[in-house]
Design a protein around this ligand. Structure first.
Ligand SMILES: Cc1ncc(COP(=O)(O)O)c(C=O)c1O
Length: 466
């Protein structure tokens, strides 16, 4: 088989995959999947025909993230323009470190970073595309550490007396970053939240005072815009006032909630964001760009260059004349994928207005869903809603509700019509669907409510999994 025939057949398969209206995934447990899948790496190659049949098999076992019942993580659906950007990025296979190797791609990434910085409120800001919000949070904390101790970069850090502050509902990547940066889990101070899951700023002040008394140097506050479980938005303005008075770096984890900045109706959720020193924002979440596409944005571009310094030993790569456009000088990576093109194509297709409509539509759907939950006799909203996360529980029974809701989710997942997440809130097991998939509609939300109810009913009546 020649390459042309091969690629034609691949694109036919892509089309039929997109037309797939079957289950989200055929549930197979790990050991069965391992046993029944051919994972051998052959000594002699098997040819492109084999790759085609491997492709069929792979697609048949994938989770269909563009299914209308896919409401588990923070993304879903297929953005065609971005999909093409992804393919072309592979086709042209460059690396983003130098202008020389990625001329137009460099300018495209710069244009995206500039526009996203403007939306945040950093007219002179800069940034970089990263491997995700986790990495963006680490960069933010690294900037804070640099500002608190600029010489540490050369000398090394003793992080045991550095402190970072986050809400108790923040993402786990802050803990991982504390490990990577030598700050340590114990020096990440968890600030209590209010009843709606927002960081309590007066508690932040108390904790900063306490750590100073104990001889710690506060290096960074990480506020969250769109927490993972509840979708809560920390009060940035109040937190920024404290950080400014205390001279502490303020990083905002807007990996999930950053897209609200497009919408005049919902932008106020991040009021005060221009006061933060840095922000991360995932375009691979609500904006539906294929994984990975994530921006780290910074108000003072000098600091990003400083923390990405490599002591100038990459002389074979970086040519002096391109110093200001070589993106490798503002990234922690050396080789780096072109994640800009897919976002650029998608943005060109729909513009700011298109992004705003996506946010508004998802928020309208979330409001509709919330109303249906509140008015349903068997369901309870487990937390107030700020974003498109819905925290709910089936409650109308005497049986153990944690066990029941856990079993409801398990059965729903196995049936393959819906995929939703489960979490713990205030010590209770909750179900947490999110709306971040263009295929979700009022009809699919109604159907989900029906599915939760009928599944709970089966469990209560002792009927086995259907
Ligand atoms: C609030 C928040 N921050 C950061 C992240 C990590 O983002 P990424 O998966 O892009 O590393 C997540 C992931 O869901 C998140 O919910």
């Amino acid at each position: 088989m020649n390459e042309d025939e091969f690629l034609n057949q691949v694109f036919e398969k892509v089309h039929s995959y997109l037309d797939n209206t079957g289950a989200i995934v055929e549930f197979i447990d790990q050991s069965s999947l391992r046993r029944t899948s051919d994972l051998k790496l052959p000594l002699e190659g098997l040819g492109l025909e084999k790759v085609l049949s491997d492709l069929d098999y792979y697609l048949s076992k994938c989770v269909n993230t563009a299914h209308p019942g896919f409401m588990n993580p923070f993304w879903g659906g297929l953005n065609s323009a971005a999909f093409v950007g992804e393919i072309i990025a592979s086709l042209t296979n460059t690396s983003m470190y130098t202008f020389e190797l990625a001329p137009l791609a460099t300018l495209i990434e710069q244009a995206l970073i500039k526009r996203m910085s403007e939306l945040v409120g950093y007219p002179d800001g800069n940034g970089t595309l990263t491997t995700g919000g986790s990495n963006g949070n680490m960069l933010g904390m690294m900037c804070g550490r640099y500002r608190a101790d600029p010489l540490g970069q050369r000398r090394g850090f003793d992080g045991t007396k550095l402190a970072v502050y986050v809400s108790e509902e923040s993402h786990y990547s802050v803990m991982m970053s504390a490990n990577v940066l030598g700050i340590g889990f114990d020096n990440v101070i968890k600030i209590p939240c209010d009843a709606d899951g927002r960081m309590r700023s007066e508690k932040l002040q108390e904790e900063i005072d306490r750590s100073r008394r104990e001889g710690f140097t506060p290096v960074c506050v990480v506020a969250t815009s769109g927490t993972t479980v509840r979708g809560a938005f920390d009060p940035i303005k109040k937190i920024a006032d404290i950080c400014s008075a205390e001279d502490i770096w303020l990083h905002v984890d807007a990996a999930w909630g950053g897209s609200c900045l497009f919408s005049s109706n919902h932008r106020s959720l991040m009021e005060g964001i221009e006061l933060a020193d840095s922000v991360c924002w995932d375009a691979h979440k609500m904006m539906g760009i294929p994984m990975i596409c994530s921006a780290f944005l910074i108000k003072d571009p000098k600091i990003l260059r400083k923390i990405c310094s490599h002591t100038n030993i990459g002389h074979y790569l970086f040519q002096d004349e391109a110093e200001n456009v070589d993106l490798g000088r503002t990234s922690l990576q050396c080789g780096r994928r072109n994640d800009a093109l897919k976002l650029f194509f998608a943005w060109r297709e729909i513009g700011d207005a298109g992004w705003a409509k996506i946010v508004d539509d998802y928020m309208d759907l979330a409001a509709y869903f919330e109303k249906q939950i509140i008015s349903h006799p068997n369901l309870e909203l487990a937390s107030s809603r700020q974003w498109t996360n819905l925290c709910l529980r089936y409650t109308n029974t005497e049986v153990d509700l944690d066990q029941l809701n856990t079993e409801v989710r398990k059965r729903i997942m196995r049936r393959g019509k819906f995929m939703i997440s489960k979490s713990t809130l205030n010590g209770q097991t909750i179900l947490r669907p999110v709306i971040s998939n263009p295929m979700v509609s009022r009809a699919s939300l109604d159907e989900l409510i029906g599915e939760i109810n009928s599944t709970a009913d089966d469990i209560i009546r002792g009927i086995p999994q259907r």
